[in-house]
Write a protein that binds this ligand. Structure first.
Ligand code: DQQ
Length: 637
């Protein structure tokens, strides 16, 4: 968002007073008119637009013609999306009186980023959702330009939504950011439909020396420690992405207590990027560029404390990602605040030099957030943005004809359960058990022991075609067993091919690649990576985005996996793919777009393992839509 703001600020400075006034009026009018503008697509399904793909994309340079129906066919159906408009970060998740709530950043009257509201959906089971009215509007002086991201805390039984209010955009050319609170208007309403903003707002307005209210946002869920409730707020402190700590006794009066963690304190594998120094002379995670930490989160998972942040720069490689670091020296560290630039959080597990930030997801995920449900499960959800061709450079925040015809932008991933895996000293993220409720059992199609040798994709169809016909919604859970390898180390490649259309070679390859060692007839996997290859995806996929790949290494225990088995799960929902390896040790969220919305797609398994063979077992299901018109409340009161 800030890149867009900076560009806009430069543009505004170049305008004369009168032009500026007219522009401000025009923007104000477009922001403040009716809540939902009518859709602009043509009901007769004519071709309305021509989309010209940027040069250099495979097989293109040619205009891609699409109908509104084809554009709208990209919408994921078992993931949370807004009915209309732009959406981004998940906000304020909580379970209250049995009902799960997810809020999200929402521009209600346009399909590009604008004046942010909080959209709202609710569920009894975390997978079937009902849309509720907009929860938070930018209707106060301190949030008149947007109700930005925030998180829920339950204090004395009352849900508090701490969020960032932004204002003075047209005066400063940037958003002035403070932290504010909203509470339910009616605590007996489990749907939490109405929210009020107390007169004491904004509750956190001051930043320490070296930070600025122009980069100060996204409070996390408060945690209680050493006699106080504490939150972290992301900022840019002396040019470095930083998590500031604030504490309170009553959720009204907040005190700044120091720096929790900073980009300058993180060393990837003990080596400074750029061989570089941060502004304080310390090692800097990503070199010496000025950065901002958005959507900072602080959680405890089993024995480790976790800090997660979203790197502000929206380019790829390696910045536009959600990262986390772990620390096993937690409680006393936070009690002993220091205001040093590097903060009081000491990365590292079990005394090891495990300083390296880890990617939360290797793909198209940003601004994610953790929360706990009523049963104290640690959950996570993230924003996945559109990347269709024509969008630049890394996402569609300014839109294209295609995204306009889609009628919405942005989706939330499925909720993932987060656990700590001591074997690899990392977090593991995997769709909750409830995700299986979406499986449509009538259409399930179990694949039993398909034995393949060599790489013969034709022999490996798992009949995805017959699973859900023209509903391109699948859950594939599959195991690959490596058999009979020659003694020694051999490479393997297993995975799935999603062919996006009838009689087409266009689609996506989902790979697990690596090496396996066979000694005395026993085979075990010794290295592994997960990869979604979008290079042959159909137009209008952006096949150059991220180099056409999403993926990276999957950590394994030092001795490799204890068996010869690999597990791969792919949740395919029209343009949205969530892929997991080894129960969530590897995860990739990816976006691909196909105009073949009325055609059958196909899902196939493939594999090769040197001179050995591969046994494939698993199942593929069709998936339900996640939307319900209403929630049955009785059993949840
Ligand atoms: N998006 C929000 C901000 C946050 C950013 C505004 C991350 O609060 O920092 O929509 O995507």
């Amino acid at each position: 968002m800030s890149l867009i703001s900076k560009a806009l600020a430069g543009y505004l400075r170049s305008l004369t007073g009168t032009t500026l006034l007219l522009l401000v009026c025009a923007i104000w009018l477009s922001c403040c008119k009716a809540h939902v503008k009518p859709l602009s697509w043509d009901p007769r399904d004519r071709v309305l637009e021509e989309l010209t793909l940027p040069a250099g994309i495979s097989g293109t340079g040619q205009p891609v013609r699409f109908t509104p129906k084809q554009a709208q066919g990209q919408r994921p159906q078992f993931h949370i999306t807004p009915g209309f408009g732009w959406s981004n970060d998940p906000n304020g998740m909580l379970q209250y009186k049995g009902i799960h709530h997810v809020f999200f950043q929402h521009t209600i009257n346009d399909t590009v980023f604008g004046r942010q509201h909080w959209g709202h959906v609710a569920s009894t089971d975390l997978v079937y959702w009902t849309r509720l009215p907009t929860a938070l509007y930018p209707d106060q002086s301190y949030d008149t330009n947007g109700v930005f991201s925030g998180s829920a805390s339950i204090y004395q039984g009352v849900p508090y939504q701490l969020y960032t209010g932004v204002s003075r955009f047209y005066e400063l050319g940037f958003y002035y950011q403070v932290q504010a609170v909203a509470v339910p208007a009616n605590l007996s309403d489990p749907m939490l439909v109405d929210w009020v903003k107390p007169a004491s707002n904004p509750v956190v307005a001051g930043v320490p020396v070296g930070a600025t209210n122009l980069q100060f946002r996204d409070p996390n869920t408060a945690w209680y420690q050493d006699g106080a409730w504490r939150i972290a707020v992301g900022t840019q402190l002396n040019c470095s992405g930083t998590a500031l700590l604030y504490s309170t006794q009553d959720f009204q009066n907040w005190t700044y207590t120091g720096v929790l963690a900073s980009q300058t304190g993180l060393k990837p594998d003990g080596v400074c990027a750029d061989g570089g120094e941060g502004p304080t002379g310390s090692c800097n995670q990503f070199g010496s560029g000025c950065r901002m930490w958005e959507c900072v989160d602080v959680i405890q998972v089993g024995p480790v404390m976790v800090i997660k942040w979203s790197d502000e720069v929206h380019g790829r490689d390696p910045f536009s990602r959600d990262w986390y670091v772990l620390s096993s020296t937690n409680a006393s560290v936070l009690g002993n605040m220091t205001a040093s630039a590097e903060g009081s959080f000491r990365p590292g597990v079990n005394g090891s030099l495990n300083y390296s930030p880890r990617a939360v997801d290797y793909g198209t995920v940003y601004a994610s957030k953790f929360w706990r449900d009523a049963s104290q499960r640690q959950l996570w959800i993230g924003w996945t943005f559109e990347t269709s061709a024509g969008c630049s450079p890394a996402q569609c925040s300014t839109g294209t004809g295609f995204t306009d015809a889609q009628g919405y932008q942005g989706a939330q991933t499925l909720a993932r359960l987060v656990t700590y895996d001591p074997e690899i000293e990392e977090l593991v993220f995997y769709p909750t058990e409830e995700s299986q409720l979406l499986r449509n059992l009538q259409q399930s199609n179990r694949l039993d022991e398909l034995l393949v040798s060599g790489a013969d994709p034709e022999g490996m169809s798992i009949l995805g075609k017959h699973v859900s016909s023209t509903q391109h919604m699948y859950d594939v859970d599959i195991a690959f067993k490596l058999l009979g390898g020659a003694e020694g180390l051999q490479p393997f490649s297993v995975g799935l091919i999603l062919l996006m259309g009838a009689d087409t070679d266009e689609g996506v390859r989902i790979h697990l690649n690596g090496t396996a060692a066979t000694f005395s007839g026993q085979t075990k996997v010794t290295s592994l990576s997960i990869l979604v290859d979008r290079r042959d995806a159909p137009a209008p996929s952006n096949t150059s985005y991220g180099g056409g790949f999403d993926g990276g290494p999957v950590s394994l225990p030092e001795e490799g996996v204890s068996s010869n088995e690999l597990q791969l799960r792919a949740l395919i929902d029209n343009s949205l793919l969530e892929v997991f390896a080894q129960g969530g040790r590897g995860r990739v969220t990816s976006r691909v777009y196909s105009l073949a919305v009325d055609e059958q797609w196909d899902v196939r398994a493939f594999g090769s393992f040197g001179s050995g063979s591969i046994e494939i077992t698993g199942a593929i299901w069709g998936m339900d839509s996640c939307w319900k018109d209403s929630i049955e409340l009785e059993s949840h009161r």
